[in-house]
Design a protein around this ligand. Structure first.
Ligand SMILES: C[S@@+](CC[C@H](N)C(=O)[O-])C[C@H]1O[C@@H](n2cnc3c(N)ncnc32)[C@H](O)[C@@H]1O
Length: 541
């Protein structure tokens, strides 16, 4: 029998046990990189030590496949006690992923992503991979970690769109930008005792610009929110994970006010108190998202990390202003006794949105021939337009697409309008609009009859419970969502309370589950959703 060849033992990254090991490996990884600064070069041993080739290859492989062996080595070499003074702890990859998923709802194609307090660069690398056209700036105070960040980007082959700014985030300047910026990260938790007086003064002065009297007791993570506000332009967005205490404590009032005043607070996702995300920092965590320059009229609150629980409790701005503490908004409601006999269908009929038969023809785009404005109705054409609201009402039609809705008879219209409508119909026919199954069964074939705007809209398909929203803007609906039409007299307070309740209580199990976990709520299933009696909502409202 041929002798079995034992493979050479794989190099193990846990071999990196000391700061000088780490610096030696960094030197090998960044060797030849032209964009390094003189400060970075000073960090490295000279002459650069020889590192075993297979060891470097294994490191690069791990980094390319999404690992962070250098960050892990750093955390091993500098134990939690040594990292505490600078608030250094690294974010687990699944949380980084969750935060980018939340950021997707805020800004679709950021031109720039700023990793605020980047550590080893977990957010930076995730951003470089996720947005191949964007630039990424990592800002990190600690010179060794800034170098780790650069080495990671080089090893991953992503350095051409990446810049490390070594320094204090509060001093950061950004280049002139043409598209939206996303600020993301895990700002350092450093208590006010360790913040220098000149930064406390900076914090007070900057907050005063927003008519907020800053507290001396604010921690460094609040300084990071404020700096993001200072750097941000309208349309920019942010997503930070921090300790959750600011939601309730006195100094947190600064941030609570800032979110309602200029920073554009959008959602807060509070993790359950017993869910410790960071092995070396015992704290309850919250992810906060914001969208600068938008009037939100309120913020969404969720209990994070529980896939079963529907998304959001939407809390109006006025209520947030009045509240002394915010964390209760994110905690699940006490179970409500639902009378089995009362269902959503007792109070509402649920209708599917309109089918067009050929969306490229009936949803106006750049090739659509001109039409009178009254033929183009603002319409929800994608479920994400509801999901993105995170439970808040739809108030604004500007971001929605227009669906062509022609009058049945245009003989009495001005000649100019008649010509436009007729030439549109000619175009639609040439594009094949007359031959779709739906058009062949529609009389006349060109008439997409959009239903009246429903006061409540809901998504009905996904790997999660449906999202409900009030439709204050009067948008129409395509068949990517359902509309709820009241059978009984309702008012704003009742509809608000009902939507809040539905977003917090409807479980996927009420719908129809398909293979792969897809859950669908056909109109019939939606109408069978059990709800409390209306007296309950009258009481809540
Ligand atoms: C909580 S850690 C997060 C690290 C990394 N973003 C992650 O989530 O894995 C905070 C980072 O901010 C850095 N830091 C602390 N004070 C800073 C400051 N004033 N400006 C920039 N970075 C700072 C720390 O060195 C640390 O790397």
């Amino acid at each position: 029998m041929a002798p079995v060849k034992t493979p050479a033992p794989k190099p193990v990254v846990s071999d990196l046990q000391s700061e000088s090991d780490l610096r030696a490996v960094l030197a090998a990884l960044v060797r030849g990189c032209r964009s390094m600064t003189a400060e970075e070069r000073r960090q490295l041993p000279a002459p650069p030590p020889k590192i075993h080739g297979p060891f470097l290859a294994e490191l690069r492989r791990q980094i390319r496949t999404g690992g962070d062996p250098l960050g892990e080595a750093y955390a091993r070499i500098f134990p939690a006690g040594k990292r505490r003074a600078t608030g250094t702890t690294f974010t687990p990859p699944h949380v980084v992923g969750q935060m980018f998923a939340l950021a997707d709802r805020l800004v679709e194609h950021p031109a720039l992503i700023v990793d605020c307090g980047s550590g080893s660069g977990r957010f930076s690398l995730a951003a470089l991979r996720k947005f191949p056209a964007a630039r990424v700036v990592a800002c990190e105070l600690n010179p060794l970690l800034a170098l780790v960040c650069r080495a990671n980007a080089l090893a991953a082959g992503l350095e051409s769109r990446f810049e490390v700014k070594r320094g204090d985030f509060r001093d950061l300047r950004l280049p002139r930008r043409t598209g939206p910026t996303l600020f993301i990260g895990n700002p350092p938790y450093v208590r006010h005792h360790d913040i220098e007086p000149h930064w406390k003064q900076w914090y007070r002065d900057e907050l005063a610009r927003h008519d907020i009297a800053g507290s001396q007791l604010a921690g460094l993570h609040l300084h990071f929110f404020l700096k993001a506000r200072q750097l941000a332009q309208p349309g920019d967005a942010g997503c930070f994970i921090t300790s959750a205490e600011w939601l309730d404590v006195n100094y947190g009032r600064d941030l609570r006010k800032l979110l309602l005043n200029g920073l554009g607070g959008h959602t807060v996702h509070l993790f359950p108190a017993n869910q410790q995300l960071f092995a070396d920092a015992l704290t309850t965590s919250a992810i906060t998202t914001f969208r600068v320059g938008q009037v939100h009229h309120g913020m969404g609150f969720t209990e994070a990390g529980d896939q079963q629980r529907p998304l959001t409790n939407w809390v109006p701005t006025e209520e947030l202003r009045r509240a002394q503490a915010w964390s209760a908004f994110a905690r699940p409601l006490r179970p409500v006794a639902v009378e089995a006999t009362t269902t959503l269908g007792d109070f509402f009929t649920v209708h599917r949105g309109q089918v067009t038969g050929a969306n490229p023809i009936w949803i106006a785009g750049e090739n659509t021939p001109p039409l009178p404005a009254y033929c183009l109705l603002p319409t929800v054409t994608h479920a994400k337009e509801i999901i993105r609201l995170a439970g808040a009402p739809l108030r604004d039609l500007t971001a929605l697409r227009r669906v062509v809705s022609l009058p049945e008879d245009w003989s009495g219209l001005p000649a100019q309008d008649r010509r436009l409508i007729e030439s549109f119909i000619g175009w639609a026919e040439a594009e094949g609009g007359k031959s779709s199954f739906i058009a062949r069964h529609r009389r006349p074939w060109w008439r997409v009859k959009l239903k009246a705007p429903p006061p409540i809209i809901m998504t009905y398909m996904g790997r999660r419970p449906p999202v409900f929203a009030r439709n204050l803007a009067g948008a129409r609906l395509l068949n990517i969502a359902h509309g709820l039409y009241p059978r009984i007299p309702t008012d704003d307070a009742l509809l608000d309370a009902l939507v809040g309740w539905l977003n917090r209580h409807v479980l996927p199990s009420a719908g129809r589950t398909y293979a792969g976990g897809l859950v669908k709520f056909e109109p019939g299933e939606a109408m069978r959703i059990p709800v409390p009696t209306l007296e309950h909502f009258a009481h809540v409202a």
